[in-house]
Design a protein around this ligand. Structure first.
Ligand code: 2M7
Length: 441
């Protein structure tokens, strides 16, 4: 073991109310919104297939040209309450919005830069409107903040000279000031979602990120911070040089999930952030370029995350005018319709302590010892679900969540192993079978 002075700050897993609520939320909406939504992946008539929020670099656009987009940003269709109602209907319990992405443009009026919403035709505090509307719908809000800042003159990827180091010291002060400003302006926010921390400049500043996390948490009790914020003094990120998680939950699952049978991942809190296209976080005009995930694909990812003690943060990329594309609206509705009937297998649920089986995923409510959810995605040909529970477990009854009064036929195979018969299930959507165990006491 190495001596690590600037590693984990808070003993994990946190059991305070703020973290228990984060854990219970399970399903969140990610919003990527900035100047990149104006060109939407197209520049001077050419469509760039890479992620739209990286168009500045994909198309080799100068900072001066890119930054002038600020004077076009006027989302006349933005209606924070309508966004919040769509999110509520989709079934999310929290939302994470980009306050500043790598381009450096701030969606709030910051006293530390003019490259912000105040200096646009829109002019108003867009971030404040978003937070107020989502909180009014009972949705917790966390703030995404990119340390990487293409606009700021003091940004340096690597610190190769004394001048680089002096510039980056100014950048660190700017970063700290903006983060304290965000927590001052928006006291109801529940978390900070850091990104853009992969470069050497940040990996060389592990002590700074340690002290910054401490300062932010002292200022904002209960604040939940992702593992991407941190590096330790050896440059190790997410996990310190002894493999101990930093921040409050692991946030390395970007557009990917763990193996469904992985048990190691259940030991920490973690979150998967996911795009609907293969790789577009910001708005892209052309969604024919790649596969667009279906509602059932996204629901299965949400269920898998829940089954392994993880949260699922599904990304939406509003247009430059402030509305969502019709495919996103349709998916939000389809997912919401499923959540209306099945969210009891998601909210406040987690790993059931059982091995993954072929028909789908087990989840278990954190407040119940004897009820287990089976979320089914693969119907067996014979309509009989083989269920392997812990030895000594006895099923008292099993039934469809949708038909709680009709017990399903059971056949005990061996100690803790059963067939549950559910032949008459007609739905083409994922469905839930509830198992009620005999109380062992
Ligand atoms: C949450 C996601 N992280 C950002 C990224 C990235 C990235 C992509 C390729 C190489 C290095 C970094 C995306 O723009 C989005 O904000």
């Amino acid at each position: 073991e190495k001596e690590v002075k600037y590693g984990q700050i808070t003993e994990l897993p946190r059991q305070d109310d703020a973290m228990k609520k984060w854990r219970s939320n399970r399903f969140g909406q990610f919003i990527h919104w900035g100047l990149y939504a104006i060109p939407g992946g197209v520049w001077k008539g050419k469509t760039y297939e890479y992620a739209a929020e990286f168009l500045k670099s994909s198309a080799g656009i100068s900072t001066a040209t890119w930054d002038s987009l600020q004077y076009q940003f006027n989302p006349i269709k933005f209606n924070a309450m309508a966004w919040a109602k769509m999110a509520k209907a989709m079934g999310v319990k929290y939302a994470t919005i980009t306050t500043k992405h790598h381009e450096g443009f701030c969606l709030w009026p910051s006293e530390y830069t003019d490259f912000d919403i105040e200096n646009t035709p829109y002019g108003k505090d867009l971030l404040g409107e978003f937070i107020e509307a989502y909180n009014a719908e009972g949705i917790d809000v966390s703030l995404y903040y990119s340390v990487l800042d293409w606009h700021h003159p003091d940004w340096r990827y690597k610190l190769n000279s004394e001048e680089d180091k002096e510039a980056f010291e100014r950048l660190k002060i700017f970063t700290k000031n903006q983060l304290l400003e965000l927590l001052d302006r928006y006291p109801t926010v529940k978390g900070l979602w850091f990104d853009g921390t992969w470069d050497q400049c940040w990996k060389d500043n592990g002590q700074f990120s340690y002290e910054l996390e401490k300062k932010l948490k002292e200022k904002h009790p209960g604040l939940v911070v992702n593992s991407r914020m941190r590096a330790d003094e050896y440059g190790s990120r997410h996990f310190d040089s002894n493999g101990v998680l930093m921040g409050d939950y692991e946030s390395g699952y970007e557009r990917r999930l763990p193996n469904p049978w992985d048990i190691e991942v259940t030991k920490n809190d973690w979150e998967c952030c996911m795009t609907i296209p293969e790789n577009q976080w910001g708005y892209h005009k052309d969604w024919t370029l790649t596969h667009i995930k279906t509602a059932n694909e996204l629901i299965e990812m949400l269920v898998q995350c829940t089954s392994q003690n993880g949260n699922f943060l599904l990304n939406f990329g509003p247009t430059g005018e402030g509305d969502f594309r019709e495919e996103e609206v349709k998916l939000a509705k389809e997912i919401g319709d499923w959540m209306d009937d099945n969210s009891s297998a998601i909210y406040n649920c987690g790993y059931a302590g059982l091995k993954k089986q072929g028909w789908g995923y087990f989840t278990q409510n954190n407040d119940s010892e004897t009820t287990i959810n089976m979320v089914v995605f693969n119907k067996p040909i014979n309509g009989k679900y083989r269920v392997k529970l812990n030895k000594g477990s006895v099923i008292k009854k099993a039934y469809l969540l949708s038909k709680p009064d009709k017990a399903l036929d059971l056949e005990e195979i061996s100690n803790g192993e059963y067939f549950i018969e559910a032949k008459k299930v007609k739905t083409k959507d994922p469905f839930v079978i509830i198992i009620e165990l005999e109380n062992k006491d």
